[in-house]
Design a protein around this ligand. Structure first.
Ligand SMILES: *Cc1c(COP(=O)(O)O)cnc(C)c1O
Length: 328
């Protein structure tokens, strides 16, 4: 598919991927609503999705729509982790070969999770863009079919199924607060949600440390940012120098942008554990972090944000919870 995905594509994706995904719960967060003055705040629990993150939706939509000849060749991807896991998982269930290219920056437990699902891991490069170069070489040399993490209409349509699920449970949602890295997630959800109800306001939440999409929007073209570590490591990485879909879609469908700091994200993770007894990785907590720290005016609004994943090293997670308990 060589065009922007539509709501119809997201509906088709939903039917296609249903056997491989969970329709995750949407739960209320009454204390957060009270603290922010919102009429209601809901959390969509993609942290309980198969493989521990929402990315299985886009990966499944892409891989299941390949031709038999393409499936026979096998698939390849590069990823900061969750997408790689999703591709390995879907390919494993479908009996397809999967090669996952990671930069040396990506935590080792993420590589192990990919191998455990039957994926082959190829590590090279200091940044995600370097891992991408290696991936282009391997794609050419091995004749594999690329499954990219965000800039593909089928992947975006797959992530859009989250928007369909949110609005079927909560049709009166006013504001969607969505993580923004490569932009596949927010592009898919915003496109689907606004196709259903154009008055919904979509706010993208980016890392203050690495706002690749925001810099690209300002520059009017894909713009690399210096890669730094973040507790929200799933949100690191550029938008790709050849970006075709997510940059224009974010421009079209996202109304506002906010930034969150490392400290705010950690506070969000602790809040999610303390109030809901759920494990959110850093990337999953940025919407809650933005709400807690008054980054978005939600007074009187019905708000939904997505807890996108739970892939976090247990040692890192325990340190964050402990630090908070001792500091407060
Ligand atoms: C990939 C990812 C995101 C961001 O999605 P994009 O499509 O890259 O914007 C957010 N949270 C988690 C847990 C992720 O794995």
């Amino acid at each position: 598919m060589e065009r922007m995905p539509t709501l119809h594509d997201a509906f088709q994706a939903h039917a296609r991927i249903r056997p491989m995904i969970r329709e995750t719960l949407v739960i209320p967060s009454p204390d957060l609503a009270k603290e922010t003055g919102a009429a209601g705040i809901h959390l969509k629990l993609e942290c309980l999705q198969n493989t521990g993150a929402f990315k299985v939706r886009g990966a499944a939509n892409k891989i299941l729509s390949l031709s038999n000849a393409e499936k026979e060749k096998g698939v390849i991807t590069f990823s900061t982790g969750n997408h790689g896991k999703a591709v390995a998982y879907v390919a494993g269930l479908a009996g397809i070969r999967a090669v996952v290219c990671l930069s040396e920056h990506v935590a080792e437990y993420r590589a192990e999770a990919i191998r455990a699902l039957g994926g082959e891991v190829a590590r090279k490069g200091r940044s995600q863009d370097e891992a991408e170069t290696h991936y282009h070489e391997l794609t050419r040399d091995l004749g594999l079919i690329p499954v990219v993490p965000f800039d593909d209409p089928m992947v975006i349509a797959g992530q859009g199924t989250i928007g369909i699920e949110i609005l079927s449970k909560l049709p009166d949602t006013d504001v969607l607060l969505i993580q923004l890295s490569g932009g596949g997630l927010v592009a898919g959800i915003a496109m689907a949600a606004k196709s259903i109800n154009p008055t919904i306001r979509v706010v993208g939440v980016s890392l203050e440390r690495s706002p690749a999409m925001l810099e690209s929007i300002k520059a009017g073209k894909p713009t690399p940012v210096e890669e730094k570590d973040s507790i929200a490591d799933s949100l690191l990485g550029g938008i790709g120098v050849d970006n075709r879909y997510t940059l224009p879609m974010v421009n079209t469908f996202v109304d506002d942008h906010v930034l969150v700091t490392e400290e705010e994200i950690e506070a969000g993770m602790v809040y999610i554990f303390q109030k809901h007894r759920l494990v959110a990785e850093g990337a999953a907590a940025v919407g809650v972090a933005a709400l807690m720290h008054g980054k978005v005016d939600v007074a009187g609004k019905r708000v939904t944000t997505v807890l996108t994943g739970s892939s976090i090293d247990s040692g890192v997670y325990v340190r964050i919870l402990n630090r908070d308990i001792h500091d407060v």
